[in-house]
Design a protein around this ligand. Structure first.
Ligand SMILES: Cc1cc2nc3c(=O)[nH]c(=O)nc-3n(C[C@H](O)[C@H](O)[C@H](O)COP(=O)(O)OP(=O)(O)OC[C@H]3O[C@@H](n4cnc5c(N)ncnc54)[C@H](O)[C@@H]3O)c2cc1C
Length: 379
């Protein structure tokens, strides 16, 4: 014991307990240069939301197989490879290898590619093609549960579907990482004054997704990050650049012998006149009118885009302080086509006009965030 005591004493500091030093050197992040005169465009998109979640099922239409794959809310860019793969599984029992895909947003394009990969000769019929789709108007990060479902309307069957879709999509998107498809990993920072390592007193007993599909996270403590808050949560997240991604998907589709027909459908009866006997419905919000879906409702989204800044290679979530309950969360995502500021979601609003008050809210909150970050760096 004496020997041990000696040994311990020999290692122990002789002064009082040292002050808690930052564990890691302060992270240096260049702030976004944000002002109204740097705005280059404001875009609007209507997310196709269904309170009970997306529809993914096989139906019959005048003896044809009609597979529905629509209603992905604010999660379509994330989930589409998953639901496309599952829609293709529903098509495979059919003996024909000729299919029509209705819609040319991300859900239609990924469904068409999955069908081609399984030997189908595919024609896309769509009222509009990229860049004129909602998919082009998305932010678009890995947000597989955003605006997707009203929790109390979830069913066990639907939960199984969304979990399977997310698993497939998470892996598939990772394999597309690189400049060709515009998919990449990026660090996201969420400044906060609440200690994120404190256990949540009211955890969701049945979260939609398992933790492993949300990416790793690290909590940065005081002195370790450039924000005004005590803490900051750092996450690795996938980012998709919609213009690059959708163009690349369309090019792949055409290179594999796919055809595109510009056509708008008004009713199932019109769809039934198509020559294909396997039809996959990926019309997003358009399905409301064609199939009289009573649930589909738009969640109006708006993005304010600033001139690109090549040195910004991180995103932010929130601004570190509690926002009023009636105002939405805000976030920033840098892309090669601009610095994207988002956070708008207005239920049941079909207008494609810019929401000026909302635009100011989102820009002003980000001015507050990045200005305070600059002064944090100076001290
Ligand atoms: C501001 C904003 C931010 C978003 N951020 C994210 C994000 O970070 N991550 C994420 O995963 N998702 C995000 N989303 C959601 C995502 O964009 C949607 O879930 C996705 O685009 C839905 O894809 P879709 O192919 O079903 O619909 P769409 O892209 O709308 O495509 C529908 C297709 O169907 C065609 N069509 C419609 N009606 C008819 C008809 N009657 N006849 C013929 N063709 C028809 C259209 O022309 C179009 O080709 C965001 C959306 C917005 C608006």
């Amino acid at each position: 014991m004496a020997a041990l005591g000696f040994a311990l004493e020999g290692c122990a500091p002789t002064t009082a307990k040292p002050q808690l030093a930052p564990k890691r050197p302060q992270l240096r992040l260049p702030p976004v240069n944000i002002s109204y005169d740097r705005i280059i465009r404001t875009t609007i998109g209507l997310r196709p939301h269904r309170p009970s979640g997306f529809v993914l099922k096989a139906d019959k239409l005048d003896g044809k197989t009609l597979i529905h794959n629509f209603g992905h809310g604010g999660s379509g860019m994330s989930l589409s490879w998953g639901t496309a793969s599952m829609a293709t599984d529903l098509a495979l029992p059919h003996t024909e290898r000729k299919a029509a895909v209705l819609g040319s947003g991300v859900v239609g394009l990924t469904s068409a590619r999955e069908l081609q990969r399984h030997g189908f000769d595919v024609t896309i019929y769509a009222a509009t093609v990229p860049p004129d789709t909602t998919s082009n108007m998305s932010l678009a990060g890995w947000t597989p549960t955003s605006g997707l479902v009203d929790n109390q309307l979830r069913t066990t069957e639907w939960d199984l579907q969304v979990r399977q879709a997310a698993r497939i999509a998470y892996r598939r998107l990772q394999l597309l990482a690189g400049s060709h498809y515009g998919v990449s990993w990026i660090k996201q920072y969420q400044p906060t004054d609440n200690d994120p390592s404190t256990p949540n007193p009211n955890p969701n007993p049945n979260p939609i997704l398992p933790l492993e599909l949300q990416g790793p996270r690290v909590v940065l403590g005081p002195g370790e990050h450039p924000f005004q808050t005590r803490y900051c949560v750092e996450r690795d997240e996938m980012r998709i650049e919609p213009s690059i991604y959708l163009d690349a998907l369309m090019t792949d589709f055409l290179n594999w012998g796919g055809k595109v027909v510009i056509r708008k459908f008004a009713s199932p009866a019109e769809i039934a006149t198509l020559s294909e006997n396997v039809i996959v419905n990926c019309t997003g919000l358009g399905a409301k009118e064609i199939f009289k879906d009573p649930e589909l409702v738009p969640l109006k989204g708006q993005l304010v885009v600033l001139i690109p800044q090549a040195e910004i290679n991180y995103g932010t979530n929130g601004i570190g302080r509690q926002l009023p309950p009636d105002s939405g969360f805000v976030h920033m995502m840098p892309r090669s086509d601009g610095i994207i500021l988002g956070g708008t979601s207005i239920r049941d609003n079909w207008s494609l006009d810019v929401e000026e008050k909302e635009r100011q809210r989102v820009v002003d909150l980000h001015i507050e965030l990045f200005n305070s970050m600059r002064s944090a760096r100076r001290t």
